[in-house]
Design a protein around this ligand. Structure first.
Ligand code: CA
Length: 233
């Protein structure tokens, strides 16, 4: 479940932190601490996106990028410690999709990852992804393009929020308990508290219901949550 992301970064602490944040968002993450290992993993073709540090032992990030690009179009986000124009230009020339200069805010990296994955999905789906959006209460969610809109206004959701809303919209009119949602959206390996569902419902409401004055996600007392299609009142 979840898109698979490969992190190639020799700063182990940073790599572990990014891994944790990405896993928390529902991505499946693997990491490599040097260029050669990272390249071998990347070339397996098992990843939807690669986060690649430029300064790596063994094989430099630029070289890893070059070799990935010989064979694959997997989106690559480069990490660099130096905010130099040269690095950016050579990285983008080498086929990187985006850039982050260290130190960076994790939220910013998450946003760029979503963006890169969305672009790939758009490329893949151009011409065939039309008319597949889910709708409820004026909200449309397009699983194919990974976009949520309310009457044409774009709503920025994190991956986990998106997955939760997608599940509820796919099953519009049905009530799900917190346990069921944890199982369906977070997956069998989730060991945390069921309160996390309430927290994410609150996040979604604060970005959609509260902003647009609609009631998209209903609380069914003693049971759980549901998305119901009803007109704005
Ligand atoms: Ca490094």
């Amino acid at each position: 479940m979840g898109e698979r992301i490969l992190i190639i970064e020799d700063e182990e602490k940073l790599a572990r932190f990014v891994e944790m944040e990405l896993s928390y968002e529902g991505y499946t993450v693997q990491k490599a601490y040097d260029g050669r290992t990272g390249l071998a993993l990347a070339l397996s073709g098992d990843f939807d996106l690669v986060v690649l540090d430029i300064m790596l032992p063994g094989l430099s990030g630029m070289e890893v990028l070059r070799r990935i690009r010989r064979e694959l179009q997997t989106p690559v986000i480069m990490l660099t410690a130096r905010d130099t124009v040269t690095d950016k230009v050579s990285g983008l020339d080498g086929g990187a999709d985006d850039y982050m200069t260290k130190p960076f805010e994790i939220e910013e990296l998450l946003a760029r990852i979503r963006n890169a994955l969305r672009k790939t999905a758009q490329k893949r789906g151009s011409g065939q992804g039309e008319g597949r959006a889910l709708t409820a209460c004026g909200v449309s969610l397009d699983p194919w393009r990974h976009v949520v809109e309310f009457e044409g206004t774009h709503v920025e959701l994190t991956k986990r929020e998106f997955d939760l809303l997608q599940f509820l919209m796919e099953n519009k009119g049905l009530v799900f308990s917190r346990d069921a949602l944890l199982d369906k959206v977070w997956g069998y390996d989730y060991m945390g508290d069921t309160n996390v569902v309430d927290v994410y419902v609150r996040y979604i409401r604060s970005k959609i219901d509260d902003v647009f004055g609609i009631k998209l996600i209903h609380t069914v007392r003693g049971v759980g949550y549901m998305v119901k299609d009803e007109q704005k009142t």
